[in-house]
Design a protein around this ligand. Structure first.
Ligand SMILES: NC(=O)c1ccc[n+]([C@@H]2O[C@H](COP(=O)([O-])OP(=O)(O)OC[C@H]3O[C@@H](n4cnc5c(N)ncnc54)[C@H](OP(=O)(O)O)[C@@H]3O)[C@@H](O)[C@H]2O)c1
Length: 314
């Protein structure tokens, strides 16, 4: 099968298009013929030798990627949830070795959900790592409630645009940060208030927030404390809740923590349900051919992508 490997970390061109053996599914795994994969910042960081590169290297060859949508073509002996022919999607083995940049991926059945019929593969692939992050942070960790004020940073990005939609679905008042040209976009996703981070400091204009989703890191996490109510919550997906920030937060009874997404077929099924009902959608702004994986990485590395970048595999 065709797949991309990283033998030496580096620039996007270090992604090598190669032929590998098709994987054999373990008892608890299904073999998925991949139709589309989505690309995340963690993919590009790993390709550069950062993020999860060292973990993946332990089970070389390093095949990057985690987000897939495709069709089940083989099932392991113990698999119960899926059969050959089912269309599935999910984030495979995160934060382990997902091996998603390949024509075939062996995935634990517990990491997948059924792809809704009315959602195309490229949109389903896009609604995996980014959507799961937004779900796990806002629903599982922050337990957002109707009427709460939720501040979503980088609201136009992969995680952000799902976070805005989920917060709206759960009837929160949603405030999003984005550059001006993305304000209409995030309002369409459900934002009630938009902040242009180039023009104003969020802490000068936003107060009394119950929950903050930070995806920009320590300085932003620290500044966002000023937007929160006493007793509020801030969850950083970029390690922003450093010890000093947590100490500052504690003085006001604010919970400040870091979070790392994990594979979950259960959470993925909840997302599938909302996608199938049209309650949330994946906004895919760029689709590349499989051979053009390097271009997809370059797009993600602009840090200006609206919604998601997807690669069509087969
Ligand atoms: N811990 C975890 O589990 C986890 C999970 C997922 C992602 N992450 C991390 O979270 C970060 C975001 O991921 P992502 O997939 O959402 O990235 P992304 O899709 O590449 O984010 C791009 C968006 O960021 C916005 N942006 C850039 N600088 C900004 C700023 N200073 N203020 C507000 N918005 C800004 C851009 O909007 P404008 O064009 O409007 O500026 C763009 O739409 C990445 O570093 C990723 O590695 C962590």
């Amino acid at each position: 099968m065709k797949a991309f490997v990283v033998n030496e970390p580096g620039a996007p061109e270090t992604l090598q298009f190669t032929d590998l053996e098709k994987p054999t599914p373990q008892d608890n795994e299904v073999l998925v013929k991949v139709r589309a994969v989505s690309i995340n910042p963690v993919d590009t960081k790993t390709r550069e030798g950062k993020a999860l590169y060292n973990t993946l290297k332990e089970t070389a060859p390093v095949i990057p990627g985690w987000d897939i949508s495709g069709e089940v073509v083989e099932v392991g002996n113990a698999v119960q949830a899926f059969k050959v022919g089912d269309e599935v999607f999910g984030m495979v083995n995160f934060p382990g070795h997902g091996r998603a940049y390949a024509e075939y991926v062996a995935a634990p059945e517990t990491h997948l959900a059924r792809k809704p019929r009315n959602v195309p593969h490229h949109e389903a692939a896009a609604a995996t790592l980014a959507a799961l992050t937004a779900w796990q942070v806002l629903v599982n960790e922050a337990n957002i409630q109707p009427g709460q004020r939720v501040l979503v940073h980088a609201a136009a990005g992969g995680v952000g645009h799902f976070a805005v939609q989920l917060a709206k679905y759960f009837k929160s008042f949603v405030i999003g940060t984005a550059s001006k040209q993305n304000h209409d976009f995030i309002r369409n996703m459900g934002a009630d208030e938009t902040i242009d981070y180039n023009e104003e400091k969020v802490e000068d204009v936003v107060q009394d927030v119950d929950v903050v989703l930070d995806s920009l890191g320590e300085e932003n996490t620290r500044r966002s404390l000023l937007c929160l109510k006493d007793g509020g919550k801030i969850i950083s997906i970029l390690g922003g809740a450093k010890e000093a920030v947590q100490a500052e937060a504690e003085k006001r009874n604010i919970e400040a923590k870091n979070y790392l997404v994990h594979s979950s077929g259960q959470d993925q099924a909840k997302i599938a349900d909302l996608l199938s009902q049209g309650k949330i959608t994946a906004h895919v702004s760029h689709v590349y051919d499989f051979e053009d994986m390097a271009k997809a990485h370059e797009q993600v590395e602009t840090h200006k992508t609206r919604g998601k970048v997807v690669v069509h595999v087969s």
